[in-house]
Design a protein around this ligand. Structure first.
Ligand code: ADP
Length: 196
């Protein structure tokens, strides 16, 4: 097993592309020593996006809970906001809005390779909800959206980027977005100085 070969999938989401943040996102990964081994612009349809996300009950409930905790913090009644306080039902609504958002325009898909690429990716990206993402992370620095606002507008939370959540997720997502031929191998000039 070669720790330097771990890979993660990063997406600059449609809001990130429209805001011209592609270069900014890539630079943040490159500067910690993660290497681009695959990159392309994709205009995915809804079916492609539906396959990208796990869509399990657990994941859907998790999405609903993110909205419910926002409502609780601001003393808002979820039933008034979205018609239900059941996390699974809220999650199903959010899922639909998320799929619409992710298929609303082009994204840039990038495979980064390097030591602890998945964990580093999540750290660089920051928490899903921008107000919980520290300054210095991509979402903390570039996003100020919230579930309350997103749900009011019936859309997904615009948080600029996606990063694989686990090594297994990364393997599936990379095979979903890229063919084997689209992934390359090469040495970066600074590899020796950083990792030898
Ligand atoms: P992450 O993208 O951090 O892995 P999730 O897989 O839980 O987080 O959610 C997928 C995406 O769905 C988020 O990045 C965000 O764009 C959107 N999202 C998550 N929770 C909500 C919510 N409560 N309301 C609207 N959109 C949400």
């Amino acid at each position: 097993m070669n720790p330097l070969k771990e890979r993660t999938l990063i997406l600059v989401k449609p809001d990130g592309v429209r805001r011209a943040l592609i270069g900014e996102v890539i630079a943040r990964f490159e500067r910690v020593g993660l290497k681009v081994v695959g990159i392309k612009m994709v205009n995915p349809d809804r079916a492609f996006i539906e396959k990208h996300y796990p869509s399990s009950k657990e994941w859907t409930v998790g999405l609903g809970q993110k909205s419910l905790s926002d409502y609780e913090q601001y003393n808002l009644d979820p039933v008034e906001q979205v018609g239900t306080k059941d996390p699974y039902e809220v999650g199903k609504l959010v899922t639909g809005w998320l799929f619409d958002y992710m298929s609303s325009g082009p994204s840039v898909a990038i495979v980064f390779e390097g030591n602890q690429a998945v964990a580093m990716g999540r750290k660089i990206v920051g928490n899903t909800i921008p107000s919980f993402a520290p300054t210095g992370t991509i979402r903390g620095d570039f996003a100020k959206d919230s579930p309350i606002l997103a749900n009011l507008r019936k859309r997904g939370v615009k948080n600029v980027v996606h990063a694989s959540g686990s090594i297994e997720e990364a393997e599936f997502e990379i095979s979903h977005w890229f063919t084997k031929k689209e992934l390359v191998e090469y040495k970066r000039a600074d590899e020796e100085a950083m990792f030898a």
